[in-house]
Design a protein around this ligand. Structure first.
Ligand code: BG6
Length: 469
């Protein structure tokens, strides 16, 4: 069965990864600018230069048949350290939103996709409760400014990924490796999300508000009781602290117990804030799906987390082991990308059904895509692997919808090639190629862009279907 007429077919980007113009029109430094510059890593100073190419990029979405565009606002473009609002930053997002509307594209806005103003990072970032108040002010500015122009809002992109990378793995700013700080930052981010939802309701903002989660549905290597216990730890670590908290106002009680067992002090969780979290629930879930997590028990060794940000040079290095909780393992029957991401569409089907059963909320696939090395200098990129990847994942979500999941949109990651954080620009996800070596950052559609257009035209009717039953 094809999708309903109002299904959102779109693609997604994030401010730091595509905008460039890092010092233009009053934008101030973000934590990423400082971290990448100080460490001499590849940075997003220019990225895809969406700041100057947005008309062309949105026109390309329109020509590709897309009816929605997910993007984020950059907080460092909007609020300065002394609290003044940078109207030039707001003007930029007005231009984007107007351009979307002119092209009959629904803007789907993320308030925070990881670019924290550096002045807040310098005061402790997400370890500091004051950052929640600053976020609330920023969110309120955006709600008031764009009320009526944006119908779909999300508070945060992937609290799990950014907090674990920034405070436990240490490969993202602020590059800390500390379990206690991870928990504190995670808690503050979820608190800030709930505070923004409350404000959204108080101001009676038109539209709907959700959160975006990096969804890793959990499978076990077998069905023994020790594996099932490990799966619960993994699910709490990977998913539940974001989804249960945002959707039901419940921080998993067994997770809190397990943290206490690890001697992590939770005294920063204050009664009034916990009540606020309990009372504020999102309207929908945005789920970014790249892969599931295959889990087995891990009893003997120490915690070890390694993320492959070097592609083929480090293929196979990825490690996720949490002392006494669980270990993530590879499936010998699966295919993996050069960055160690498993290709496993069925995980999306399973995950959607699990989330549907648990939260009973509308869901959007807010990111799905595959990162590859691609030669964009030799004419059209014939990315058949991306077509097959997207076909199989859209098929998985259609199967889940057939079985009752309430899925209302799909966003390909990414609209065009962009800066892939620590992986740099060589890891490409775009439907549209960007030639980063070309002075004008020339864009041209890949084969997958054309294919996606035909899928949208037929409202999913030409997806090659396969059943998992
Ligand atoms: C998601 C993020 O985690 O995955 C994006 O929301 C990110 O910002 C995408 O780019 C792909 O991850 P990566 O690390 O390959 O760029």
């Amino acid at each position: 069965m094809p999708m309903k007429e109002n299904f959102l077919w779109g693609s997604a980007t994030a401010s730091y990864q595509c905008e460039g113009a890092w010092k233009e029109d009053g934008r101030i430094a973000s934590n990423w600018d400082t971290y990448l510059h100080d460490n001499h890593y590849e940075n997003g100073d220019v990225a895809s230069d969406f700041y100057h190419h947005y008309k062309e990029d949105i026109a390309m979405m329109k020509k590709g048949g897309q009816n929605a565009y997910r993007f984020s606002f950059a907080w460092p473009r909007i609020v300065h350290e002394d609290g003044t609002i940078n109207t030039k930053g707001l003007d930029f997002y007005h231009r984007i939103i107007d351009e979307c509307h002119r092209n009959a594209i629904e803007p789907f806005v993320t308030l925070y996709h990881w670019d924290l103003p550096e002045y807040l990072e310098a005061k402790g970032g997400w370890l500091n409760r004051d950052t929640c108040d600053a976020y609330l002010k920023y969110a309120e500015i955006c709600f008031r400014e764009f009320n009526g122009e944006v119908k779909y809002w999300t508070t945060f992109n992937e609290p799990k990924w950014i907090v674990v990378s920034g405070y436990l793995v240490g490969n993202y700013p602020p590059a800390v490796q500390c379990a206690a700080k991870t928990v504190q930052a995670a808690y503050h981010m979820m608190l800030a999300s709930a505070m923004a939802v409350k404000k959204f309701r108080e101001l009676n903002i038109a539209g709907t508000i959700g959160i975006v989660h990096s969804y890793s549905p959990v499978n076990g290597v077998d069905n023994t009781s020790s594996t099932r216990a490990a799966m619960r730890y993994a699910d709490n670590f990977m998913n539940n602290w974001v989804l249960d908290t945002a959707a039901k106002g419940e921080i998993p009680a067994d997770l809190l117990d397990a943290l206490k067992e690890k001697k992590i002090c939770l005294s920063f969780m204050k009664e009034a804030d916990l009540k606020l979290i309990q009372s504020q629930h999102v309207d929908f879930l945005g789920l970014n799906y790249y892969a599931r997590a295959l889990i087995k028990p891990y009893e003997g060794g120490e915690t070890s987390l390694i993320v492959n940000n070097s592609g083929s040079k480090a293929k196979g290095c990825t490690t996720t082991r949490i002392k006494n909780w669980f270990e993530q393992v590879r499936d010998p029957n699966s295919e993996y990308t050069e960055w160690d991401t498993e290709i496993y569409p069925k995980g999306l089907y399973d995950g959607l059904l699990m989330a549907n059963k648990r939260y009973h909320l509308p869901m959007y696939i807010t990111e799905n895509g595959v990162g590859m090395y691609e030669d964009v200098s030799a004419g059209i990129v014939k990315d058949d692997y991306r077509i097959s990847f997207m076909n199989d994942h859209i098929n998985a979500l259609m199967n889940a919808m057939d079985d009752g999941a309430d899925v209302r949109g799909y966003f390909a990651w990414s609209s065009f090639d962009l800066y892939s954080w620590k992986n740099g620009c060589e890891k490409r996800y775009g439907l549209v190629a960007v030639d980063f070596k070309d002075q004008n950052l020339k864009r041209f559609p890949k084969k997958s862009y054309m294919w996606y257009r035909s899928v949208i035209e037929k409202n999913g009717g030409n997806i090659l279907r396969k059943s998992y039953k």
